[in-house]
Design a protein. Structure first.
Length: 64
């Protein structure tokens, strides 16, 4: 299994289990730390946002 798929599965598992009330109050701190770490590792796989600056084409610059 690819690391990205594994991390996405872990994140989904944590979120679904939280909705279902799986953990008791004293468990929540550890679960929150684990979830935060998973999210941080997933950021490695995110493509950097490209700020695309478009330049006018010749047709656009002739019309304007």
């Amino acid at each position: 299994m690819e690391k990205k798929q594994f991390l996405l599965g872990m994140l989904q598992l944590i979120d679904v289990a939280a909705k279902r009330g799986t953990w008791e109050g004293n468990d929540l701190e550890f679960v929150a730390i684990l979830r935060k770490e998973v999210v941080e590792q997933l950021k490695e796989f995110a493509e950097p946002e490209e700020s695309v600056e478009t330049t006018p084409t010749e047709e656009e610059s002739d019309n304007g």
